[in-house]
Design a protein around this ligand. Sequence first.
Ligand SMILES: *Cc1c(COP(=O)(O)O)cnc(C)c1O
Length: 424
Amino acid sequence: MTNYKIETKCIQSGYIPENGEARVLPIYQSTTFKYNSGQLMGDLFDFKADGHFYTRLSNPTVEAVEKKIADLEGGIGAMMTSSGQAASLIAITNICKAGDHIISSNSIYGGTFNLFSVTLKKLGIDFTFIDPDMSSDEIEKCFKKNTKAVFGEILANPALSVFDIEKFADIAHKHKVPLIVDNTFPTPYLCRPIEYGADIVIHSTSKYMDGHAVSLGGVIVDSGNFNWANGNFPDFTEPDESYHGLVYVEHFGKAAYIAKARAQLMRDLGSTPSPNNAFLLNLGLETLHLRMERHSENALKVAEFLEADDRINWVNYPSLKSNKYYDIAKKYLPKGCSGVISFGIKGGKEAAIKFMESLKIAALVVHVADARTSVLHPASTTHRQLSDEQLIASGVPADLIRMSVGIENSDDIISDIKQALNNI
Ligand SMILES: *Cc1c(COP(=O)(O)O)cnc(C)c1O
């Protein structure tokens, strides 16, 4: 499907029915698959034949959605996971182990920050968190002999900083390590990081890709562009004793990254998506292009309304001309910046809580990035594990309200905000 435009890929990629088969992607709700010969099943285990044998490793419904997402991102392959957290975990542990080091932007999702700074640290992987707006020279100084990857979030949740993909790709490649990016908020409709040099792209599909807040999921997409045989990644070029001596780069060539993630880590960790969730995700993806366009349009209207209201201290949305990231957003996110905005209300925490409780359309939920408008006060909820210093470092001041602008009528959303502001 590589020649079609992204709107067509959202609908058509991944599942192509044969004569007489279901028009819509079927749900293969089966843990296992039948074969007539032991030889054939053995060949499947040895990667000598294509096919499914156990849903922990692969499933036809899941595979179709993986193909669609790989096509949307312009990657060579993809692997779905049970959640976005599992995607981050596997993307990192597929290329590093205890004793290795990673450079990560500090402007990332709170859950990712905890995974890196607490759990992976306990497993012996060392992280240096940096301000992504640092100069290339300053970033260069953070590299160590054991650095194995650079990580960042394209449109950070909830700081909404925009990640300079080309700057980081150049630095990472100079040091022979891959750039891994989280593209959850833009989705491939608003930004395709591989086109700017990212090597691995991960997503929490629980957000805009699913789009309806019905299924948790994650995905890892490989660009196929990184040279895993450059000497820095022996696990790709030396025999895998847990897979009777398989050498990933030799056997899979450019597709080695996802093959290894599946053969080793999905096998051992089992953070597998369910076929039913993959089906729901696919339904979401079929309207991704329409939804992202409307989310971005509505969010800009709401952001402009809030910016003009003197009861609001500040508004953060990269599509606003006043925004620090306006120029870089124009470059990487020319079609818009998704539905998520943040702002601070005069009157501090108390006013923020009164405001949120007065909203009628917008609901107070932890989730963001689905069709319905929602609000959240991160400092008292999603980010409550972070200290005051960490909150500031991740760009989440205590008065910040995050609003995920839905695809309802924008006049109705703005009227709802007006009446809630009047109620403070
Ligand atoms: C939600 C989110 C995650 C984690 O995904 P889950 O599906 O909730 O596990 C990772 N990154 C970003 C940017 C997110 O918004």
